[in-house]
Design a protein around this ligand. Sequence first.
Ligand code: AMP
Length: 400
Amino acid sequence: MKILVINSGSSSLKYQMFDYENKTVIAKGLCERIGIANSHFKHENASGYVIDEGRSFKSHSDAVRTMIEALLDPQSPVIESLEEIAAVGHRIVHGGPYFAKPTEMTQESKDAVRKCFPWSPLHNPANLTGVEVCEKLMPGIPQVGVFDTAFHQTMPPKAYMYGLPYRYYEEHNVRRYGFHGTSHAYVARRAAELTQCDKDQQRLITCHLGNGSSFAAIKGGQCIDTSMGLTPLEGIMMGTRSGSIDPAIVSFIAKLNDDATKDVDYILNHESGVRGVSGVSSDFRDLKAAAMQGNERAQLALSMFCYQAVKIIGSYIAALGGIDSIVFTAGIGENDDRIRKTICDDLSFLGLTLDEGLNASTHGEEVLISAADSSIEVFVIPTNEELSIAIQTVEVLGLA
Ligand code: AMP
């Protein structure tokens, strides 16, 4: 069975085709700079056939048409006909209060995706465009929306409500939603398969540490809390996002108005985080290099990041009433053994001990990095959001 996964952004469209039985990627590609000059197409399949060239993408329709042509390319076909595609899974960033699970796209569900536009004005419209174009160009093939927020819909009200006048929740759905849900769900599922403890009772914290970072507290497979909020700005400081700050700072910066070309939203989303503090970069590899050379602000940014991670993990241990396992995933979580060690060392008072050698040698593989006598299992589990979308698409349609 073949499942196509699409991540449609405002100016790009990424896709992966899965051979579902083997869970392998048999083709993938990227249409870049849609609607902008110098658009580019890259496609490769499992036989090593590659297309890598400039193409004109005036719209998402052009991009999807080009993807279909490449999949059917007689020189190295991935499929002989579109009918071989059992379903298409679409990444959709914000499902608001409307989607607690992946959902087949109908007129009603598309209308609900539209209602989420105000909370995700950059992503949701582009995600929905991807759905609508595929409906048109692949008629009859089920289209499924898989939502970054859905996994967190099991949070209780005490975790998702903000201390604001209740009418903002009642009238405008202002509440915590959380993001990176497909990633948290995927690594949590893997951790449940790998764990030594009872999976129905497992108290797990998943740490998705990448350019955007978030944490989820998960009990018996259900999310009970997560660090991102109404938008992906809340929680730990990130590459360029501030994370949680005193809300009064927003009006303070706005009143300062020291750079009228930028609004506070832009400063908090694009000029803050480890980049803002260090003045060096949002990329942890650059930060590490600068810190090693004695750059004090890079050192400060890295230590702030780890300290905030430990505080969130500590609060989630309290929320979960204890802890069995911690998972590190995404670019930093999978690759940066120093960050993992710093965070885990600060949790050693709980009896957490790392296998130092294993931690130092683990970069992007699935490994249990805690020592045999550790009170908490610590895993590195590479995330795979595309495979997670494919699995959820198949499950919701009952195709498995
Ligand atoms: P992601 O958003 O999951 O793609 O993660 C991207 C971030 O992962 C980058 O900004 C880097 O800071 C970080 N990263 C990737 N590889 C490494 C590495 N080998 N060591 C440290 N950080 C890394």
